[in-house]
Design a protein around this ligand. Structure first.
Ligand code: FAD
Length: 815
């Protein structure tokens, strides 16, 4: 049978049932409608941003017309629903972390559409339909190919139309591809079911040209399906990419040979998309790297224009700086960067930390296992450690960049902007803040050119933002050197702006949270085991709020609080600082930054000491005498606190004062809660283990169980698994609580444990069920320690260290 010339597409399988081609068209009508809606939203968002900049009122970010009010309500509701987190699924001890509700719903809608179109009008039990179902499933499978490829490209039309970044679309690529695999399996399954009636499957595979190629295509697709899951991508990303491209080419070739001629165009379309993507990427590459492409520029540059310096920073981080770049970019975007003299044939994505007006590309790169580790090693060879380079002679290396990529909605259109980041997340939030401040600066410059009427004339509006709240959570003050200069320049710019344009209502509030600082422990542990340290420096005035007459003096608080236990680990006395065996980590959550007296005390190395105001005052004095004179106190204009932020109250405070639409960018850490009881020894050991792992995770990508278990050498449960390598997740927040869980929390914990076969009685003594546990929950009946990973839906009761470390293991946020 020569199917290549067959005309199946125009066939209908029954009266009133669309033809195969019509089904394909309907599918694309659905896909096209979704893309069109996203495109319209994108265009409206852009118009809205422009309209706000031209709005001369005091509240430009507030939607005024009924149309924009309705639009704002719809988009806010959609965003809220779309971003709603779904509970992770536990599969035999493995956690399946789900994307938010929006993307999951879209992918389920895609799946349902495909399934309905494949089976519409068929009775799947009737063998007379099996061949037709096989045909229709084949038609529905092949028509998904363009979507799969469109979503995979770095340069793709969907991203362009909808203003969506390729990396976001890549998640859809994976799930559309998995739907394709399912429909291809159904296509093959019904053909085999049909052949199976006559026991003909093997014969067909051996002899029939179309069956052979179809089966080969399915095998290759299955291989791609299996190798695209997170563990393989994590194992070796470069290998994953190469094999993915090669096998995809093999799959397309097999499909081409398998498919009837009338549907082969569905193979040509994705090939066209791939060629387009590659062609544009080559152009982008040439534009970003070759100076001859910029023939109109008078600047003298080498042929390969990007020469980078590599500077090592604390925390195994490398600062990469490329002066005078050829490209332009928007804050929040990233490029792929390769330095083949250090890490040959590798190219990795890094967020651009600088803004275009810096006239340099700057990146902070944390050393992982591969190329990034080599960057750090190479940098340490040529520079003095700890931030500022001591070496006068900087080695410049040729690097290649591809990009910029990533679509970020401009934050200049929002009244208030909250930027929350943990660790390396600052590379994303810092340029977003600096971009707004730069707009303010340009506004002030344009006001300056207006002449003497500075104070009464409003400059051209480049940003409607009035308030920026920047929160950064880091382990130790040494990491401040990553952003020190930039943060100071932001505050300097703000001050200049205020001096020049006095009626401004612009505000920036910056808080740095230290979770595991060396200085917390050194003075305290060695000299004053029970002290809490507070250092206040009121040396700085910052104007805050409206008119110059109402100048508010805001004290700079450098609050460093620690408590040391009377019992617990002796490690704290022997070792200082963070890291293996160095156990000072601050895990308390600060709900109100301004209210020092109500601030919870940092539980460093054990249970919190009492936190009375009188005690605090006394401790303050002690601390002043031992406070550090390092760069921390030189940083004017932002609060530095020991502890963890309380994002909800931070966001709430900003939103309360907002006079228009606001934006929240949240790049913080996973939260691990320990339900702790200081009097229970195993609980203290678990606390020490978590602190060590937390500190260690940020320092070295690969923690080992034997290192971690050193902390509690008294524990007996570690020996068997102690040599196994476990890569811990980069950063996480430890929340230690001695309170009982809320009913919701208890119910969630029991669910997490239940999926691993742990009974409710393991959590609440004597409880027969979850309902019973909720009734019987009491201080004496609640079992501690319990470690809970809320982000990934896991919990460990007791002190099984290998299980706790498994819980802390790095999880890809998407499969
Ligand atoms: C959009 C984006 C922006 C990023 N920005 C920064 C940044 O500003 N600073 C920073 O330190 N890190 C950033 N990262 C992470 C950084 O790209 C990885 O840490 C780096 O690629 C790891 O390389 P490696 O060979 O040393 O690590 P490996 O140890 O080989 O891999 C570590 C992890 O990185 C992933 N990875 C490796 N290569 C790639 C790649 N080419 N593309 C995507 N993922 C990869 C692996 O799947 C694995 O999970 C960003 C990642 C993305 C996707």
């Amino acid at each position: 049978m020569d199917m290549s010339e067959m005309d199946m597409g125009s066939m209908s399988t029954g009266v009133g049932i669309p033809t195969f081609f019509q089904f394909q068209k309907y599918y694309w009508a659905v896909v096209g409608t979704v893309i069109a809606i996203a495109t319209v939203a994108n265009v409206l968002n852009r118009l809205l941003a422009q309209q706000r900049l031209h709005d001369k009122s005091d509240t430009p970010s507030k939607p005024k017309s009924i149309f924009f009010q309705t639009y704002a309500t719809i988009t806010a509701t959609t965003r809220e629903l779309g971003n709603a987190a779904l509970q992770p699924i536990n599969l035999k001890g493995h956690t399946l972390r789900l994307a938010p509700l929006g993307p999951v719903s879209l992918m389920l809608a895609n799946l349902v559409t495909i399934i309905v179109m494949m089976f519409y009008g068929f009775d799947t039990e009737n063998w007379l339909n099996w061949e037709d179902i096989g045909y229709r499933a084949g038609f529905m499978s092949i028509c998904q190919l363009p979507l799969v490829i469109l979503l995979a490209g770095k340069q793709n039309i969907i991203g362009l139309l909808t203003g969506t970044s390729y990396d976001y679309l890549n998640w859809y690529h994976r799930w559309v591809s998995r739907t394709l695999w399912l429909s291809a399996t159904i296509h093959m399954g019904f053909w085999f079911r049909d052949y199976g009636k006559y026991d003909y499957i093997v014969t067909m595979i051996k002899t029939d040209y179309f069956t052979q190629h179809g089966f080969a295509a399915w095998c290759v697709l299955t291989f791609i399906f299996l190798t695209s899951f997170a563990p393989v991508r994590r194992w070796n990303y470069e290998f994953f990419v190469i094999q993915h491209i090669v096998t995809m080419a093999g799959f397309l070739a097999a499909v081409y040979l398998h498919a009837p001629g009338e549907v082969r165009f569905w193979v040509w379309i994705p090939i066209g998309f791939v060629c387009f993507d590659r062609f544009v990427r080559i152009l982008v590459l040439a534009f970003a790297n070759l100076s001859i492409v910029h023939f109109w520029s008078n600047q003298q540059r080498p042929l390969f224009a990007n020469k980078a310096t590599f500077t090592p920073l604390p925390g195994n981080v490398t600062r990469i700086t490329i002066p005078n770049p050829l490209i332009n970019w928007n804050p929040g975007q990233h490029v792929f960067l390769g330095c083949h003299s250090i890490a040959p044939l590798q190219s990795h994505p890094f967020t651009i930390m600088s803004i275009p007006s810096d006239n340099k590309l700057e990146f902070l790169v944390r050393a992982e296992k591969g190329g990034t580790r080599r960057f750090f090693r190479s940098a340490t060879k040529h520079n003095a450690l700890l931030g500022e380079t001591q070496s006068t002679e900087k080695v410049k290396r040729t690097v290649f960049i591809e990009g910029p990529y990533g679509a970020v909605r401009s934050l200049r259109q929002f009244d208030s902007v909250v930027l929350l980041a943990g660790g390396m997340g600052c590379t994303y939030t810092l340029p977003l803040m600096r971009d707004i401040v730069h707009a303010w600066k340009l506004e002030s410059q344009s006001a300056g050119t207006l002449g003497s009427k500075i104070s009464s004339m409003a400059p051209e509006r480049l940003a409607t933002t009035k308030r920026i709240r920047f929160v950064w959570v880091i382990k130790s003050r040494s990491q401040l050197s990553w952003l020190e200069t930039e943060l100071q320049s932001v505050l300097q710019d703000l001050q200049n702006f205020r001096q020049q344009y006095r009626e401004t209502d612009k505000e920036i509030e910056i808080s740095i949270y230290l979770t595991c600082d060396e200085s917390l422990e050194r003075p305290m542990v060695v000299q004053h085991p029970f002290t809490m340290a507070t250092h206040e420096d009121n040396s700085r005035d910052i104007e805050k709020g409206g008119s110059p007459d109402e100048k508010v003096v805001q004290a700079e608080n450098v609050v460093v609080r620690s408590g040391s236990p009377s019992s617990g680990s002796t490690d704290a006395i022997q070792d200082t600082g963070c890291g293996v065996k160095k156990t000072c980590c601050c895990s308390t959550v600060i709900e109100d930054e301004d209210d020092i007296s109500s601030m919870p005390q940092c539980t460093c190395s054990g249970p919190a000491a009492s936190n009375t105001v009188a005690g605090a005052e006394k401790q303050k004095e002690t601390a002043l005498s031992s406070s550090s004179t390092s760069s921390l106190t030189d940083l004017k204009g932002f609060k530095t606190l020991a502890g963890r932020p309380h994002p909800r109250s931070i966001i709430g405070n900003v939103l309360e004062r907002a006079q228009g639409e606001s934006a929240v960018v949240h790049k913080t850490l996973d939260i691990i809660t320990l339900f702790h009881k200081p009097t229970v020894q195993s609980s203290t050991r678990v606390l020490n283990l978590l602190r060590t792992a937390s500190a260690h995770a940020s320092e070295v990508a690969n923690a080992t169980l034997d290192q971690a278990s050193d902390v509690s050498s008294t524990s007996s449960s570690t020996a068997s698994s102690s040599k196994k390598q476990i890569p811990l997740r980069d950063d996480f927040e430890i929340e230690v609580t001695e309170s009982l869980p809320t009913p919701d929390q208890l119910s969630t914990i029991i669910d997490y444990l239940g999926s691993k076969g742990v009974r409710a009685s393991a959590v609440v003594e004597g409880a027969a069920s979850k309902e019973d546990a909720l009734k019987k929950l009491s201080e004496s009946g609640f079992v501690r320690p319990i470690v809970v990973d809320w982000n990934n839906g896991r919990a460990v009761v007791g002190e099984n260290q290998s299980e706790i470390l498994r819980l802390l293991r790095k999880e890809d946020d998407s499969i």
